[in-house]
Ligand binder design. Sequence first.
Ligand SMILES: Cc1cc2nc3c(=O)[nH]c(=O)nc-3n(C[C@H](O)[C@H](O)[C@H](O)COP(=O)(O)OP(=O)(O)OC[C@H]3O[C@@H](n4cnc5c(N)ncnc54)[C@H](O)[C@@H]3O)c2cc1C
Length: 575
Amino acid sequence: VTVETPGQEHGRADLADWRRESLGGGLESDEFFVRLLRAHLGEELEELRPHLRRVAELSSGRLAGLVDESSRDEHLPALRCHDPLGRPTEEVVFHPAYHEAGLIFWGSGVLAELAEPGHEVRSGAIAYLLDRHGEGGHACPVACTAGAIKLIQRLGSDEQRQRYLPSLLTRDYDSRLHAAQFVTEVQGGSDVGANACTAEEEPGRPGWFRISGEKWFCSVADAGLFVVSARPRGAPAGTPGLGLFLVPRLLDGRPNGFRLRRLKRKLGTRSMATGEIDFDGALGEAIGAPGQGFRNLVGIVLDTSRVHNALAACGIMRGAFLAARSFALYRRAFGRPIIGYPAVQELLARMRMRTMASLAATFRVLTMSDRLARSESDSTLAGARRIAVMLNKYATSMASTASARDGIEVLGGNGTIEDFSPLPRLYRDAIVVESWEGTHNTLCAQVIRDFAGRGLHRPMLAALADEIAALRHPALVSAAARARAMHADLEARLRRALDAGDEAATVAMRTLADRACRLTEWVALATQREWELAHGEDTDTGTALELYGLAVLDNADAQDTPALAELQRRLALAP
Ligand SMILES: Cc1cc2nc3c(=O)[nH]c(=O)nc-3n(C[C@H](O)[C@H](O)[C@H](O)COP(=O)(O)OP(=O)(O)OC[C@H]3O[C@@H](n4cnc5c(N)ncnc54)[C@H](O)[C@@H]3O)c2cc1C
């Protein structure tokens, strides 16, 4: 029998207390998120609130354990290629905890909300609450299914809508149709125009094609419906020749002309199955006009999953913050809780500030989507939103890795231990979240191309200028002035870069994107602060805004700027 010293007993008891609190409470404990929803949804939040409460409780309770369980090495998905009689099945087998988690994800209505146009904020709010565990095995399937829903809602024939939408939109996990999107090939994911998969017209069946070739990264390898990019015979090279196809997994109960070669062993998102697939004459149906495949892929499918990516990034940041802050409250070092140390407060405050800025910028995008759904012909809004989606995916994904890393630092050595906290998993998922749905360079390059070729910097700048003009509260005079100065500087830099030609613009693309992201986050946080002040709310958004100004915009140093430590203390200790 091991006898513990009083010190050991206290240390272990502190950790037990921490574990009870580390998952965070219900909806109302995420005060900033609730205020943000009030600002974006108004009265509608009251109708949605009981449901969000239930989702938040399930997420911090049952779902947390299920995600942990299904992510254990010994419970990862496996391939079962044949049935007992040797017939091909190409099946992916999951641990029961994975399916139980799926019941929660689908039952939350995150996809069902999309049946109604203009419900992006509602659906996004649910996704964020579920994504506090990272990808969780189902965030990617949800994102891919949402992309297929949008694709079919916008471009599908009546027949395609009737055939697919009811089961894509269902809340019922067991009868759901879930989708995947297969674009990347071994020769490169960023250069989609190099896609070599082919599509041969099926004789006698107009609109149907036989798809052949290899897809190299196939997440949601268990999906019932694949959205696949391929090149019809005779179509031009590069992106203009690509088509998009809906390929059902099974035809007459048998695998539809594909072989799941193997599942990839991944750094993160491990409980979700990502495979390599060989297609050999899979029967698929074209969706959208021929030659518009790439345009629809970027404009609808990736556009949707990039927003989900940002929600997952926000969820990861919140999950990491909850684990780290509660640990800091309970963990003692040198006789006091470590949350009392300014250097720990700095980490926690920056984690919280990043989450708030990312949430504000992400819900700005979701509200733009809802406004567009209600007033389709607003091309300025559509242009501003398109750029915001890409820049926000870039900024939030990097912020999620930074926060997961900071969380691990707060937990010290324990932070690196797989079954001690979710942080190692969140960190691994965050790095995947950075690279899929467009790497940083791919997104920045696309943004610059959109500026140079389609003039989309104008709607981006116009939308930000309108939001800055709406910052009228006396407490936000200097924040608004700062936003105006950043806006003018960005406008001048963009003009210079675009005037200097493609090469010069490409060299500057990352720094231009960084400036645009900082301005957007600043404006989004200030806009939220404006709403709170107008509603008489005294909250920590003002502290976060001030800290963002000093820590991010000024890159201030604690020695030269004593105000920094006090802001960090306030934000770290705020409830
Ligand atoms: C876990 C996981 C799951 C995935 N699931 C799917 C899936 O389901 N479906 C799917 O289609 N794809 C999927 N992907 C693939 C993902 O979308 C690609 O990895 C990504 O698009 C990048 O492509 P790549 O890996 O081939 O990198 P590359 O395109 O080879 O890029 C390598 C590096 O070069 C940089 N680069 C490329 N072009 C330029 C340029 N013009 N200027 C500057 N830098 C450049 C990139 O930014 C990157 O840093 C998945 C990836 C991961 C990690």
